[in-house]
Design a binder for this molecule. Structure first.
Ligand SMILES: [Mn+2]
Length: 195
């Protein structure tokens, strides 16, 4: 069965269409009105080998927060929907990724219970015109919407662009592992029988 999802989510703040294929090849077409978020989602798709199409129009005259957070919600909803009952998946995933002077670790459990730990210190409040703190807000929103336990930490690093990019690339690889199928897992990977 195809592990895909199409999300349409419209509020008074944002209007988002997102299409995800978990078993893709890294193709993406992303336009959110927030250039740095487009950059992050494009590399998330590439390094996760997910196909991702995102169209978002948000209240950027307020600021970027609603748009970034709501795209995180939609990506989380799409992951949850695409994985269905999660039969046969690895469930756990982790990666440690270097990005020039930055080293980031991400660990995920697709076990159905949201939890979020983010231990990344940005040294500048802005990355271009992007608010650095929105990286945390994006993944927090994703964690709740996808119902995943997500731990992200930067061991060290200086440049805020590299830190953000390291986080998204590392999450891509951790999610790629966690969502991949393990042919030794015949049902749902939980002793409780459900996730
Ligand atoms: Mn970059």
């Amino acid at each position: 069965m195809a592990r895909t999802a199409t999300i349409n989510r419209k509020t008074s703040e944002t209007d988002i269409q997102l299409v995800l294929n978990v078993d893709g090849t890294g193709e993406s077409d992303v336009s959110t009105g927030v250039g740095f978020l487009d950059h992050m989602l494009t590399l998330f798709a590439k390094h996760g080998a997910f196909d991702l199409n995102v169209r978002a129009s948000g209240d950027l005259h307020v600021d970027q927060h609603h748009t970034v957070e709501d795209v995180g919600i939609c990506l989380g909803m799409a992951i949850r929907e695409a994985l269905g009952d999660k039969a046969g998946i690895r469930r756990y995933g982790h990666f440690t990724l270097p990005m020039d002077e930055v080293l980031v670790t991400a660990a995920v459990d697709l076990g159905g219970r949201p939890y979020f730990v983010f231990n990344v210190d940005f040294h500048t409040p802005k990355i271009g015109d992007f608010d650095s703190e929105l990286v945390e807000d994006f993944w927090q929103a994703f964690s709740v919407a996808a119902a995943v336990n997500l731990h992200i930490m930067a061991h060290y690093g200086r440049n805020s662009h590299h830190l953000a990019e390291g986080v998204f690339k590392c999450m891509a690889r951790a999610m790629r592992m966690a969502t991949s199928n393990d042919d030794r897992i015949l049902g749902v990977p939980s002793t409780k029988g459900t996730l």
